[in-house]
Design a protein around this ligand. Structure first.
Ligand code: AMP
Length: 419
């Protein structure tokens, strides 16, 4: 007992931590390029924040929260997700008073008392982004692009982006009634969870994973045929911008997501090879959430990506995460003079933001090539005394296996334009 971590939690050992920090670094860099700024909120919040925002009738609030009374008899909850806390901070610190939109990102542990299995933990970690203050469908598309760019940057190119609209307070209630009307005759055949959802949260029946419920929901008409004209226009615009940015997507009218606060756009990124826990990330628009949390009406849109699932997916697809973020360039220099010039060159590359490494042990060329391979470099710059004298350097592409000689003076420009 004492020598075992609580069920649903895990230690992340040093070798794995490197993969984690690489993923974090990729995400941070990307967010910086997209002009999102990091926010760090507390691990626990007043329980009410989650019950009000995520929704009383959701699985998260109903069954999965780690709720406790502190010594002051206040009800506290370990955060099950990041959006509610970000909204609370947005209001508490009046971030709305700054020029909008406010674009934020976060990284950290989340807690849900769920049944642990492969890819599902009680303490897991999310990378997330939120944008407040813009109704533009361009922003929906931007957050989707950010999530997809992240997946591509770590080497996950085979994922499916599923997208839907869950409507707004004008059109959703009509659709809810439509679901109830259609499913009424099958009510007794639904799983016990869905029987409960029938009154409180009928939309959630649509994404129930129980096979029988899935068959029954085939009879439910598409939400996309029941949206009001504003929601239709918004959805069409998001899809148009996705096309414009060359982002492939799959419209899934059954996608509703597990949190109540979504309006209009809902999306999920799925790895179809992952089995039952195949969702790597998801998000959507939540135009009513800030108001629900006590602010004035402020639109919002965001997503969260599960780090454990990303690592699982990388592992399963045999993508060498150890290659992520490792030196791309290895400088193999031979002899004292070339080594000094190599040191200069490597530093120059590092200052340009290109990860680089060299040998410091005066190894043979063969040994240095092995070392380059070991650290995962995709390019080796070979600089011997002879090349140095000619003012040349050899660029060897470790992936293609070919090499070429270029001018030593122009090599950084050459690499910058070709990388
Ligand atoms: P959600 O906050 O429910 O929208 O989930 C966003 C992402 O967090 C999911 O796509 C998963 O990748 C991840 N996630 C959610 N719940 C868990 C869990 N219990 N264990 C591991 N990852 C999770």
């Amino acid at each position: 007992m004492l020598a075992k971590a609580p069920r649903g939690t895990r230690d992340i050992l040093p070798e794995e931590v490197e993969k984690w920090s690489t993923l974090e670094a990729f995400f941070r860099n990307l967010c910086k390029n997209y002009n999102y700024r990091e926010i760090r909120t507390p691990i626990f919040e007043h329980t009410e924040l989650f019950s009000r925002s995520v929704g009383e009738d959701t699985d998260i609030v109903g069954k999965e929260m780690y709720t406790f009374f502190d010594k002051g008899k206040r009800s506290m909850t370990l955060r099950p997700e990041g959006t509610a806390s970000t909204v609370r901070a947005f209001l508490e610190h009046k971030l709305y008073a700054q020029a909008q939109p406010t674009k934020l990102f976060y990284f950290g542990p989340m807690f849900r008392y769920d049944r642990p299995q492969a890819g599902r933990y009680r303490q897991f970690h999310q990378l997330g982004a939120e944008v407040f203050g813009s109704v533009s469908p361009e922003i929906d598309t931007e957050v989707i692009a950010l999530a997809m760019d992240f997946f591509h940057s770590v080497g996950l190119n085979q994922l499916s982006l599923e997208i839907n609209s869950v409507g707004c307070p004008q059109c959703r209630p009509i659709y809810r009634e439509e679901i109830q009307k259609t499913l009424d005759k099958y009510r007794g055949d639904l799983c016990p969870d869905c029987q409960g959802r029938f009154e409180n949260n009928p939309l959630r029946i649509l994404d129930c994973k129980v096979e029988n419920c899935q068959e029954i929901t085939e009879t439910v008409p598409d939400i996309l045929d029941h949206l009001c004209s504003f929601c239709v226009q918004h959805f069409e615009d998001v899809v148009y911008f996705l096309k414009l940015l060359d982002i492939s997507y799959h419209i899934n009218p059954k996608l509703v997501r597990g949190l109540d606060y979504y309006t209009k756009t809902a999306f999920e990124i799925v790895d179809t090879g992952l089995g039952s826990q195949n969702s790597l990330g998801g998000g959507g628009r939540y135009d009513g959430l800030v108001e629900t949390c006590g602010g004035s009406p402020t639109p919002g849109v965001g997503f969260a990506i599960g780090v454990e699932r990303v690592l699982l997916s990388l592992e399963q697809q045999n993508i060498q995460t150890k290659l992520l973020g490792v030196p791309r360039i290895f400088v193999a220099a031979l002899g004292t003079k070339a080594s000094a010039r190599g040191l200069q060159l490597m530093t120059e590359l590092r200052r340009l933001g290109i990860a680089a490494e060299k040998d410091y042990q005066d190894r043979s060329l063969k040994a240095q090539m092995k070392q380059a391979d070991r650290v995962g470099a995709s390019i080796v710059l070979i600089l011997g005394e002879e090349e140095l004298e000619k003012g040349k350097i050899v660029i060897r592409d470790m992936v293609k296996g070919d090499q070429q000689e270029v001018d030593l003076e122009g090599v950084t420009d050459f690499l910058r334009s070709s990388l």
